[in-house]
Write a protein that binds this ligand. Structure first.
Ligand code: PNW
Length: 479
C-alpha cells in the first residue's frame, strides 16, 4: 500500500491579518483605516466591537513568534497595515518610520526563529484618508499611484529579508462585500437602508478592475526593480469555495457550478493567466464590466509567480431562471446548503457561510490546475470556526474536536490533490490566533490558539495546533 505524501520542499504554517490581531489602533502614528471607521459605525459589526485592541499583537510580537515556534511552524503569513506605514496613505504623504520598525522587528524575530515570513501588502485596511479623498479603489488612477508608492516603501524596508509577497488578499471580498452587499468596509451598496452612497450593480466591477491593475503594476515594479536583488516572488491571493450541483442530473445546475466559480475566482484569475475576463461574466454584465487597455492587460497577464489560494467550504448551486438582477454578483444562481434530495453539504460551523466539505478542496485544487496550466499554488488560508465555541467551557473549547477533524479532512484532501499532480507547495492554516472576524466581531473564533479577550489577551493553545503539526510531520517526505 502506498500512502499519499507531500514533497520535502513543502512548507506549512499559519496566517493572520493586521486589523484582525494588532490592536494599538492609535499608537506610534497609526491613523484610522476604513475598518476603524466602519466598525465604529452603529450596526455594522454584529457584536458592536472593533479592532482597537484585538489580540494586542502589536505589543506581543515576541510572544507570538515564540508561539509559532512552539507549534513547529515553518512559515508565518501576516499583513502590513498601510495606515501604520503611511498614515494618510497618499504618494506625497509622510512615511511613518515607527510603523515600519514594528514590521521590521517582526521579520527579524521570525527569521531568528527559523520561520519564513510571507507578507500581504493589503488585507483590507485602506487608510481612511484615501477613502475620504477619492473613494479608494473606485478611483483607479489615484489608487494605483498611491498603492504603488506604498508597495515600494515596504519593499525597500523589508525587501531582502522577505521573499514572498502577496499584493491583495481576496479582491472578491474587497469588491463584493465592500461595494455590493455593504457587509464590509467601506459598506457601500445600492440598499439605501444600509448606505447613503453606492451602486452595487457597477462599483464592484470597477473596484475589481482597479485591484487587478494595481496588482499588475506592483508586480511589474517588483520584477524590474527588486526581484533580482532580493530574490523573491510575488502573487495575489484569491478566495473561492467549491460548488456542487443542486440537481446532479440538471445540466443547467452543472453549468451554474462552473459559472459560480468563474464569478468568484476566474474574475481575477482569468485576466492574470489568460489575459481576459471570463465570457460568462462579459455576457451577463456587458459594459458594466470594465475592459482592459492594451497597456493594462500587458501588466496583468502573467503577473503571478504563484497562485495564492484561500479556501474554506462548499455549496450546492442551483441555476436561476430568467434575467439576473442588476446587482447580481454571483452569476444568476443560488448558494444552498442542501441538494435536491435534502443532503447537507457539511456540518454547521459558527459562520453562516461556512460548512466544511473537504472533497471540494481536492476538486478545486484540480480545477485550478486544469484551468490555469498547473501553476504553483500556495494555500494561504484554510480553517474553520466551531459552532458555539465562544460559549463553551474552556476545557471543551481547547479540545476543539470539530476543528481538528476539519484539518484532518482538508489536509488529507490537499495531500490527495498533490498526489494527483497538482503543484501545491505551501499550506497556511487560518488562523494562528482567535481574532476580530470582521462583521462577525469576536463571536467566531478561527484560531488554533484561544485568545482570552477578557483576561489581558492571554494565549492558550488549542489541541488543533498540535494536530496540524502532526499531520504535516506525517505527510511531508524527509527527502
Ligand atoms: C477570509 N464570506 O475572509 C479573510 O481573508 C480572513 O481575514 C477571514 O478572517 C477569514 O477568511 C475567515 O472568514 C472571508 O463571507 C470573509 O464568504 C467572509 C467570506 C469569505 C472569506
Amino acid at each position: 500500500m502506498t500512502t499519499a505524501t507531500l514533497p520535502p520542499d513543502f512548507r506549512w504554517g499559519f496566517a493572520t491579518a493586521s486589523y484582525q490581531i494588532e490592536g494599538a489602533y492609535n499608537e506610534d502614528g497609526r491613523l484610522p483605516s476604513i475598518w476603524d471607521t466602519f466598525s465604529k459605525t452603529p450596526d455594522k459589526v454584529e457584536d458592536g466591537t472593533n479592532g482597537d485592541v484585538a489580540c494586542d499583537s502589536y505589543h506581543r510580537l515576541e510572544e507570538d513568534v515564540a508561539l509559532l515556534k512552539s507549534y513547529g511552524a515553518q512559515v508565518y503569513r501576516f499583513s502590513i497595515a498601510w495606515p501604520r506605514v503611511i498614515p494618510l496613505g497618499g504618494r506625497n504623504d509622510p512615511i511613518n518610520e515607527k510603523g515600519l520598525e514594528y514590521y521590521s522587528k517582526l521579520v527579524d524575530a521570525l527569521l531568528a526563529a527559523g520561520i519564513e515570513p510571507v507578507v500581504t501588502l493589503y488585507h483590507w485596511d485602506l487608510p481612511d484618508e484615501l477613502y475620504r479623498r477619492y473613494r479608494g479603489p473606485l478611483n483607479k488612477e489615484e489608487f494605483v499611484a498611491d498603492f504603488t508608492r506604498y508597495a515600494r516603501v515596504v519593499f525597500d524596508a523589508l525587501g531582502p529579508r522577505v521573499k514572498k509577497w502577496i499584493t491583495f488578499n481576496e479582491p472578491w471580498c474587497i469588491s463584493v462585500l465592500g461595494y455590493n452587499t455593504g457587509k464590509h468596509a467601506p459598506g457601500r451598496t445600492s440598499d439605501r437602508k444600509l448606505s447613503p452612497e453606492g451602486d452595487g450593480s457597477r462599483e464592484p466591477w470597477i473596484v475589481g478592475h482597479t485591484l487587478l491593475v494595481a496588482h499588475g503594476t506592483v508586480v511589474d515594479i517588483y520584477r524590474r526593480e527588486y526581484k533580482e536583488k532580493h530574490g523573491g516572488e510575488i502573487g495575489i491571493t484569491l478566495n473561492g469555495d467549491w460548488a456542487e450541483p443542486w440537481d446532479p442530473e440538471d445540466p443547467r445546475d452543472i453549468e451554474a457550478c462552473t459559472r459560480k466559480i468563474e464569478f468568484a475566482i476566474s474574475w481575477f484569475a482569468d485576466p492574470i493567466y489568460h489575459g481576459k475576463y471570463p465570457d460568462s461574466m462579459r455576457k451577463q454584465l456587458g459594459d458594466r464590466l470594465p475592459t482592459f487597455t492594451d497597456e493594462e492587460i500587458a501588466l496583468v497577464k502573467g503577473s503571478n509567480d504563484f497562485y495564492g489560494m484561500n479556501h474554506y467550504c462548499a455549496n450546492y448551486i442551483r441555476h436561476r431562471d430568467g434575467e439576473p438582477a442588476e446587482d447580481d454578483v454571483a452569476g444568476n444562481l443560488d448558494h444552498l446548503f442542501e441538494d435536491k434530495f435534502g443532503n447537507s453539504i457539511g456540518p454547521e460551523s459558527n459562520c453562516p457561510w461556512l460548512r466544511p466539505h473537504a472533497p471540494g478542496f481536492r476538486k478545486l485544487l484540480k480545477w485550478l490546475a486544469d484551468r490555469y496550466g498547473n501553476p504553483k499554488i500556495y494555500v494561504t488560508e484554510n480553517g474553520t470556526s466551531v459552532k458555539g465555541e465562544n460559549d463553551m467551557p474552556l476545557d471543551q473549547l481547547l479540545d476543539d474536536k470539530f476543528r481538528q477533524q476539519y484539518y484532518r479532512d482538508y489536509i488529507g484532501a490537499l495531500v490527495e490533490a498533490a498526489n494527483e499532480g497538482v503543484n501545491v507547495k505551501m499550506y497556511l492554516a487560518w488562523s494562528l490566533l482567535d481574532n476580530f472576524e470582521w462583521s462577525e466581531g469576536y463571536q467566531s473564533r478561527f484560531g488554533v490558539t484561544f485568545v482570552d479577550y477578557k483576561n489581558g489577551q492571554k494565549r492558550i493553545p488549542k489541541k488543533s495546533a498540535s494536530v496540524v503539526r502532526e499531520l504535516f510531520e506525517k505527510y511531508i517526505r524527509k527527502e
